[in-house]
Design a protein. Structure first.
Length: 149
């Protein structure tokens, strides 16, 4: 029987959930990416989880080049270096507003959805410099367009 190992980055987030992919492709981060994931969890995801008092489900965080290509991610995606996560939770507008009003972040994106709730939230964090960029995405004629909000 194979032993299942869980590596906690913070009390509520594991390395395993930060590297999950449904592509079936190799998706193992190196030490550099793991350090970035830990910072993202420590400074953004964990404080958000504690404030909300309900779970956050990570859809995508670290992506290998193969995974990023398969999911048609941007070539310069912060997911490639473990600095970004896409997530969902019970009330994503509350989560979005909490991050925007109380935390440091590089990018915070209201991904699609409607005026009440995004379909998911993209958030990134960098220890070096955070732009505090807040965007909303939508599709126009099949192309994703980002607007500052």
């Amino acid at each position: 029987m194979k032993e299942i190992r869980t590596t906690f980055l913070t009390p509520h987030f594991t390395l395993e959930e930060m590297t999950v992919t449904e592509t079936g492709l190799y998706n193992k981060p190196r030490t550099f990416e793991i350090a970035n994931l830990k910072l993202l969890c420590t400074y953004v995801l964990e404080p958000t989880r504690l404030a909300l008092q309900y779970p956050i489900k990570i859809d995508s965080a670290y992506r290998s080049n193969l995974v990023n290509t398969k999911v048609k991610g941007a070539k310069s995606s912060q997911h490639l270096i473990g600095r970004a996560a896409d997530f969902r939770c019970k009330d994503m507008k509350v989560a979005f507003d909490f991050i925007r009003q109380h935390l440091q972040f590089d990018q915070l994106i209201w991904e699609y959805g409607n005026s009440e709730q995004p379909a998911w939230i993209h958030v990134s964090y960098s220890i070096f410099s955070n732009r505090m960029q807040v965007l909303k995405s939508k599709k126009i004629l099949g192309v994703t367009v980002y607007k500052s909000i």
